[in-house]
Design a protein around this ligand. Structure first.
Ligand SMILES: Nc1ncnc2c1ncn2[C@@H]1O[C@H](COP(=O)(O)OP(=O)(O)OP(=O)(O)O)[C@@H](O)[C@H]1O
Length: 250
C-alpha cells in the first residue's frame, strides 16, 4: 500500500516553477531515494511531503499530496499533527541546546506528555531505535552539543522517532558526516524500514544503491524516471537517467 503519494504536483517559488507535474508514490515500509543534480528539486519535493515549504514566502503548490489517501493541503489539515506523522531529519545535525534527554523528550512534551515514566520510556526506546542508547545512556543529562557529528545526527533521528511518526523524510542526512558515521546511519535506515517509511534525498548514488528499494531521478523540476533501485541503476529506461548515473553530466 502507498502511505504517501503526490498527484500532478507543481510547485512555484514566485514565478519560478521548481516542480513540474510530479506523480510519485511511496509504499509503506520501504526506503525511497531521490537523486538528481543540484537544483533539480529533490529537497523541494521532499519538503512538500510534510508542508515544510509553507514556511517560505511566495510558494504556491498545485496538485495533491495524499497521506493515507487524504490531501495534506486540504484546509482542515492540522499541520502539527501532519508533521508528527511525517517527520524530518536535515542535512546538518541540529540538536537543540539542551540535554540529550530533553532533546528527545521535547516533541512528546509539546504533544502533552508530562508523565516522567512515560517520557523515560520514550527517550530510551527512541535512542535504542536510533542505535544511540548504548553510547549515551550514562550521560542523558549532559548537553547534546557534546556529542560527535555522527552521534548528533542519530540523536536527531531519535528525536524524530520520539513522536512516533509513520514516515521519515531525510534530506542528505549523511553529507556532513565521516564514512564511519555514514555507514552507521545507512545501517540504521535499513533497520528503520521495518517500522517506518523512509524517503531520503542523496547525492551519493552508491548510497542510494546500498539502502533504497526505489529510486526516483529528478532533472530540472521533472521526474524523469522512478523504479526499483537495482533496475534503475542496471538498466535505466531513459537516456537522461543513464547519462546521469554513468556520470556524463550533473
Ligand atoms: N526558498 C527558495 N526560494 C526560491 N527558489 C528556491 C528556493 N529553494 C529552492 N529554490 C530553487 O528551486 C530549485 C530546486 O531547488 P532544490 O533545493 O529543491 O534542489 P535540490 O535538487 O534539492 O538541490 P541540491 O541538491 O543542491 O540541494 C532551484 O532552482 C532552486 O534555486
Amino acid at each position: 500500500m502507498n502511505i504517501i503519494e503526490s498527484k500532478n504536483l507543481d510547485l512555484f517559488y514566485s514565478s519560478h516553477q521548481a516542480l513540474k507535474n510530479i506523480n510519485l508514490s511511496f509504499p509503506e515500509n520501504s526506503v525511497s531515494a531521490l537523486i538528481g543534480p543540484s537544483g533539480c528539486g529533490k529537497s523541494t519535493f521532499l519538503k512538500t511531503l510534510n508542508r515544510m515549504n509553507d514556511l517560505i514566502d511566495g510558494v504556491k503548490v498545485t496538485g495533491q499530496i495524499l497521506y493515507n489517501g487524504k490531501d495534506i493541503y486540504a484546509s482542515d489539515v492540522d499541520v502539527n499533527e501532519l508533521r508528527k506523522d511525517v517527520g524530518m531529519v536535515f542535512q546538518k545535525p541540529n540538536p537543540f541546546m539542551m540535554s540529550i534527554y530533553d532533546n528527545i523528550a521535547y516533541g512528546p512534551r509539546t504533544h502533552g506528555i508530562k508523565n516522567k515514566a512515560v517520557l523515560d520510556e520514550l527517550v530510551e526506546s527512541s535512542l535504542k531505535g536510533a542505535a544511540l542508547w548504548d553510547e549515551v545512556k550514562d550521560r542523558l543529562k549532559k548537553s547534546a552539543l557534546g556529542l560527535s557529528g555522527g552521534q548528533q545526527q542519530r540523536l536527531c533521528i531519535a528525536r524524530a522517532l520520539a513522536v512516533k511518526p509513520k514516515v521519515l523524510l531525510m534530506d542528505e542526512p549523511t553529507s556532513a558526516l565521516d564514512p564511519i558515521s555514514t555507514s552507521k546511519i545507512e545501517e540504521l535506515v535499513v533497520t528503520l524500514k521495518d517500522k517506518y517509511t523512509i524517503v531520503i534525498v542523496t547525492h551519493n548514488m552508491q548510497q542510494a544503491l546500498r539502502i533504497s528499494d526505489l529510486t526516483a531521478f529528478f532533472l530540472l523540476g521533472n521526474l524523469i524516471e522512478v523504479g526499483k533501485t537495482e533496475e534503475l541503476f542496471s538498466s535505466p529506461k531513459e537516456k537522461k537517467t543513464e547519462d546521469y548515473i554513468t556520470g556524463r553530466f550533473g
